[in-house]
Every structure is written in structure tokens, then in C-alpha cells.
Ligand binder design. Structure first.
Ligand SMILES: [Zn+2]
Length: 273
């Protein structure tokens, strides 16, 4: 279900899902505001940058600290990922706090994190891609997933749910999901090869695409919602922000709007007390 996310200003400026708030789950979808970075990274930037322009380590760490403290956590509680648009999800333990999580010793990326341990603050980063937060309200397990179109095609959210099921006994009936602001079909034009790839996998995916004036537009968050419905999560347990990151420049960084000279946002979640 689409619902207007709650806006907060507590050092960091961020959004929360009303559904997750009703369950008392500490979480955040950061906006671009409330941090210390300047210029194209102004101001709550969560990444060093990909293009020629780089933000400083001090600024990026301070922005993570501001976000962590808004949720009552420490910077040292963070578990972050090296993201590569993969469909790899890993379980995070206390020993992983303060680390950047990779798949193997070779440093291969991971795009989803799951934990059942307290005081670990899971974090995934995005700037148009879909941040997905999951919570098992029966077994008290949480997950954060970075799901761009590639990860969505690789069904990374389903992989996260599978891992929660295998490791902790999660069932769809006790699962809630929050799908944060991302690129939506009002703005996000894509090529037909993306349409073909999804529809070949499941014709129901067609619902997430929109043809206008001979052009094709996509809401990746809608694809993630369909995947959660396939798993048996009911619509009233799937909370989606209606906001598009491309056409809300006052709130969000956007790769499609700004290219690589931009900041990056993040989604955070931890277990409730
Ligand atoms: Zn838009």
C-alpha cells in the first residue's frame, strides 16, 4: 500500500514508514538534508562518490554518525556493504559491527544484510535505486536491501526473505516491508530490453511499466512489491513511499537527474527493544 512517509528532523532529516512506526521499529530513509557535506554532496551524503568529485572521509563518516545518533545508535554499530547491484544477501553478526560487509575475502559485493542481533544498525545506500527494509515481527529479525533494477531482476528481496526463512524461521505472515523513495515511472525512462527481461521472467511484471508517447517508464519499487506479494506478504504489510527521487530535488539526490556528481542517501534499520 502506498502511504505518505513521516518526515523527521533530528540532526538528520529523514523519512519513516508509518507501518514500521506502528510496530516501533527503529529505521530511517535518509534525505539529502541535515549533514555536513558541501557542494554537490550537500549535505547528508553517505558515499565518497563515483565520479571525478570526491567527498571527504571525515564528512561521510560524520554524516553516518548523525544518522546513527538520530536512531539512538553509535557510528560503531553500523554494518555497511560494498554494493555491486548483486543479488547477494549476508547475515551480519556482532563481530561485523563497524565493518564494510563483502561476500568473500576477495571483496565481492553484497547488496542485502540480515541480522537477528541487537544494536547492529544495518545500512544500504542508494540514489534512485530502491531501498527495501524487512522485519519479521515474530522472530525479531531485520533486513536492509539495495534493489536497483539489476538486483530486482535477480530477486534480491526474495533472496533476503529466503535467507530469513532458512536461518530464523521467518514466514510471510509475520513479515512487514517498507519500500523507500526511489525512481518512479513519472520520470524513470528505461530501454525496452529491461521490459523484456522482466516480462520474460513473469508477465505480471508488466504492471510496473508505463508507456507514454512511445517511451517506456518504470517504477522499480512496484516490481519489488509484486515480488513480496508472490512470497505471500499481504498488501497491507507492504508500505511504499509514493515519492520519486528524480522529481523531488529538494529532498533527494538522484543519479538520473544529477549523474555521478551527486551525493548518496541510505536506509537504516535495527531491531526494536
Ligand atoms: Zn518523478
Amino acid at each position: 500500500m502506498y502511504e505518505s512517509f513521516n518526515q523527521h528532523k533530528n540532526g538528520a532529516e529523514y523519512l519513516t514508514s508509518p507501518l514500521f512506526d506502528s510496530y516501533g521499529i527503529p529505521h530511517m530513509f535518509s534525505t539529502k538534508n541535515g549533514g555536513v557535506s558541501e557542494g554537490v554532496f550537500s549535505s547528508l551524503n553517505m558515499s565518497f562518490g563515483n565520479g571525478e568529485m570526491r567527498d571527504s572521509r571525515e564528512n561521510v563518516e560524520e554524516n553516518h554518525r548523525i544518522a546513527a545518533e538520530a536512531l539512538g545508535s553509535l557510528y560503531e554499530d553500523l554494518a555497511r556493504t560494498k554494493q555491486t547491484h548483486s543479488n547477494t544477501v549476508k547475515i551480519v553478526e556482532s563481530k561485523d559491527k563497524g565493518r564494510v560487509i563483502t561476500k568473500d575475502k576477495d571483496g565481492t559485493g553484497v547488496d542485502g544484510l540480515v541480522t537477528e542481533e541487537s544494536d547492529i544498525l544495518l545500512c544500504v545506500r542508494m540514489a534512485d535505486c530502491v531501498p527495501v527494509l524487512l522485519y519479521d515481527t515474530k522472530h525479531e529479525v531485520c533486513a536492509a536491501v539495495h534493489s536497483g533494477w539489476r538486483g530486482t531482476l535477480g530477486e534480491i528481496t526474495s533472496k533476503a526473505v529466503d535467507l530469513m526463512k532458512e536461518s530464523f524461521g521467518t514466514e510471510p505472515s509475520s513479515l512487514i516491508a517498507a519500500i523507500g523513495p526511489s525512481a518512479k515511472s513519472c520520470c524513470y525512462e528505461v530501454g525496452e530490453e529491461i521490459y523484456s527481461a522482466f516480462v520474460a521472467q513473469n508477465c505480471v511484471y508488466e504492471k510496473a511499466f508505463d508507456w507514454r508517447d512511445g517511451k517506456l517508464f518504470l517504477s522499480v519499487g512496484e516490481l519489488v512489491k509484486l515480488q513480496l506479494l508472490f512470497l505471500g506478504v499481504t498488501d497491507d504489510k507492504i508500505s511504499i513511499s509514493p515519492l520519486c527521487t528524480i522529481c523531488n530535488p529538494e529532498l533527494f539526490f538522484s543519479h538520473r537527474r544529477q549523474g555521478s556528481a551527486r551525493g548518496t542517501m541510505a536506509a537504516f534499520i535495527k531491531k526494536r527493544k
